[in-house]
Structure formats: C-alpha cells, structure tokens
Design a protein around this ligand. Structure first.
Ligand code: ADP
Ligand code: MG
Length: 255
C-alpha cells in the first residue's frame, strides 16, 4: 500500500476514507519463542482514523503483536502492511537521559522548522515551558506526555501504544486518557491501544479486540457516543462482558 500525502484529500474523499481505507493489515501473523507459539495466525485491520483497543490476559501476546506491527520484530511469519507514518509509545517513556526534553522529541528528525514543530508538540501535551528540562526533572506523567509529543511531532497516520498510561497513578491516567481523546480529535491518526484497563478501552476505542490463544478471539465495535459515561447501562454491559471474557472478577468478593 502506498502512503498518501497528508492534507491532499478532498473532504468527500476523506469522509469515504474514514469508513473504507485500511491503514494496518495483518494476515496470518505467527510468532513463536522457542517451542511456544504466542501468536497463532493473527488477522487484523485498522481503518484510517480508527482507535482500536487490544485487550488480553497478561502474557497473551499483546506486546508481541504490537512489536510485529511496528516492524520491531523480524522473527514473525505472516504479512503486515501499513499505510503511512507509524509512531510508537511504550509503557515506559524511553527518553534519553542525556538529552533535554526538546532534543528527545526532535531526535532523528530534520528540517528548518523543527524547533517550531517541537515547541508545538510540547504545547499540545501541556508542557510548553519544559523543552529545556532534563528527563530526570520530569514527573512520571510529564515524561509520558513528552513521549506522546515525541510521537506526535512525527505526524503519524498510525499510533501504536503499548499500555502507555499503565504506570501512572489513577488521576494521571485519567488526565492522559482525556489528553489522548483530545489529540485524537485534533489529529487524524489511527491507533492501536494495548491496554489491560477495560474502562480505558471502553472510554477511548471505536473497536475492541481480545487476544486469546494466539488469535483475535473477539472483535467488538463500540458504538457508544462520546463523551462516554461509565454509568451508562450500555457501557456497564460491555464492561461486564469484557471482564468475564478476560476472567477478571466483577466484584472484589469474587475470585
Ligand atoms: P502481553 O504483552 O500480552 O503481556 P507479551 O507479548 O509480552 O504478552 O508476551 C507473550 C508471551 O511471549 C509471554 O509468555 C512472554 O514471556 C513471551 N515472550 C515475549 N517476548 C519474548 C522474547 N523476546 N523471548 C522469549 N519469550 C518472549
Ligand atoms: Mg505487554
């Protein structure tokens, strides 16, 4: 698939693309480590602008699949094709400690307006005044915002996020989810959001995938309108379904 330059589509084409154009396709992706098959013929598609949450038990292969889609794993079999620029955000920020925040964001990029783009990305994540800070001077939440800015400055068509908010405290996680939702509205990236947080998936995703026994066992569209409320009965019904599927107790007294 050829990458299509951004900003060149007519509004009509763009609307049609939202429902039809596929930006990530995986076919029969298989990955084994030693004698253990972790991914066993995974098929998936992500459409332009679509946010897909990938859920699954710990060790089910979510990170392995994300790494294959990101092109970071050469040991997998099957086919993966992506259309457009891809950026990755991991659970840990992975900032270089010897570079200032702005240097980390601009790492590997060139261009006469790079300083402006870096500043714009920092402003978008609410850290306009932190460009000259060192990573060690940031809180965990700020560092993860910088990791998001580092992805955004690359103007991704596809954002791959591996439990990006999982290491944050509950309040920061909610702030980051709100930030992600706003950024997703302002940029037209598609996203694969690996998470073990069912609420996070239900708040943010257009579609939910459940990885089980090396395959996509469930593919569930989420048609709830935004802003989504956790006390909506339809939200609760989907939540119960997913928790049961993931074998998570629905109440603290169940195990
Ligand atoms: P998840 O992200 O869903 O928790 P992972 O994709 O990290 O799961 O891991 C799936 C399985 O593959 C685990 O059993 C893990 O130990 C194994 N695994 C992942 N990466 C490697 C590796 N590089 N070498 C050996 N085993 C691995
Ligand atoms: Mg993982």
């Amino acid at each position: 698939m050829a990458a299509r330059p951004r900003g060149e589509l007519s509004p009509a084409t763009r609307a049609a693309d939202l429902t039809t154009e596929t930006v990530v396709t995986a076919r029969k992706v298989t990955r084994a480590f030693g004698g253990t098959t972790v991914l066993d013929g995974v098929d998936l598609r992500i459409r332009r602008g679509e946010v897909v949450a990938l859920l699954g038990a710990s060790g089910s292969g979510k990170s392995t699949l994300l790494r294959v889609l990101a092109g970071l794993d050469s040991g997998a079999d099957g086919e993966v094709s992506t259309s457009g620029r891809t950026a990755v955000v991991f659970q840990e920020h992975r900032l270089l400690p010897w570079k200032r925040v702005a240097g980390n964001i601009a790492l590997g990029l060139r261009g006469p307006d790079l300083a402006r783009r870096t500043a714009a990305a920092l402003a978008e994540v609410g850290l306009a005044d932190r460009g000259r800070a060192w990573p060690a001077e940031l809180s965990g939440g700020q560092a993860q915002r910088v990791a998001l800015a580092r992805a955004l400055v690359r103007e991704p068509d596809i954002l791959l996020l591996d439990e990006p908010f999982a290491a944050l405290d509950a309040l920061n996680r909610l702030r980051m989810q709100a930030l992600f939702f706003r950024l997703r509205g302002e940029h037209d990236f598609a996203a694969l959001l690996v998470t073990h947080d069912v609420n996070e998936a239900l708040l943010l995703a257009d579609r939910l995938l459940v990885l089980e026994d090396g395959r996509i066992a469930e593919d569930i569209p989420v048609t709830l309108t935004h802003p989504r409320a956790q006390d909506d009965p339809a939200f609760g019904a989907l939540r119960r379904h997913l928790l049961t599927r993931l074998r998570v107790p629905l109440r603290p007294d169940q195990s």
